[in-house]
Design a protein around this ligand. Structure first.
Ligand code: ATP
Ligand code: MG
Length: 155
C-alpha cells in the first residue's frame, strides 16, 4: 500500500486540500484518524472550503454528529462520530446512504467498527509541534481510475 506523508503547518493545508478536492467525487470516503486536537476538523474545514468556497463557515460537528454542505460535486458530509453511542447509530443519521451518494469526511472513524467501508482514503494526523502536523494519506481498497488520478496528483 502506498502512503504519502506531508509535514504541514496550517498555512500549507489549502494546497493539500486543493490537490485532493480536484480528484474527489461522490462515493469517496475520507477517514480522518488521530487523537484529540491533532487537526482533523481544521483539515476538514480547509477541504470543504476548497470544495465550496473559502468563506463558508465550517463548525466542528461534535454535537450534531454531522454537518452537510452543498458543492459542485454534490453533498459533502462532515461527521464527527466521537459521541456515537453504538456503531449502528450511523444508520439513523443516514450515513450508510451518504457513503454512496456524497463525499464523506469522517472524524473518529474507529467508532464505526466493522461498518467502516473498506474502500476509502485514510488520513492519519499526528502532532509534530504546536504549529506542525504530520498527515499520512493512504488509499485503502482497490484503486479505480479516479483514485489512481488522486495517487498521481499526490506523488
Ligand atoms: N498544521 C496544523 N494543522 C491543523 N491544525 C493545526 C496545525 N497547527 C496547529 N493547529 C491547531 O491545532 C488545533 C487542531 O484542532 P482540531 O479541532 O482541528 O482537532 P481535531 O483533531 O478535530 O480534534 P477533535 O478530535 O477534538 O475533533 C487547532 O487549534 C489548530 O489551529
Ligand atoms: Mg474535530
Amino acid at each position: 500500500m502506498t502512503h504519502y506523508t506531508f509535514t504541514l503547518t496550517e498555512q500549507h493545508l489549502p494546497k493539500l486540500a486543493h490537490l485532493l478536492a480536484k480528484n474527489l467525487d461522490k462515493g469517496n470516503i475520507i477517514a480522518l484518524w488521530g487523537d484529540l486536537g491533532t487537526g482533523k476538523t481544521t483539515f476538514a474545514r480547509t477541504l470543504i472550503q476548497a470544495l465550496t468556497n473559502e468563506n463558508v463557515d465550517v463548525p466542528s460537528p461534535t454535537f450534531t454528529l454531522v454537518q452537510i454542505y452543498d458543492s459542485t460535486k454534490g453533498e459533502i458530509w462532515h461527521c464527527d462520530l466521537y459521541r456515537l453511542k453504538a456503531a449502528e447509530e450511523f444508520i439513523e443519521i443516514g450515513l450508510e446512504e451518504a457513503f454512496h451518494s456524497s463525499i464523506c469526511l469522517i472524524e473518529w472513524p474507529e467508532r464505526l467498527g466493522d461498518f467502516l467501508p473498506h474502500h476509502r482514503i485514510d488520513m492519519v494526523f499526528k502532532i509534530i509541534n504546536e504549529t506542525t502536523r504530520e498527515i499520512t494519506v493512504t488509499l485503502v481498497g482497490p484503486h479505480d481510475t479516479q483514485r489512481a488520478a488522486l495517487q498521481t496528483t499526490l506523488l
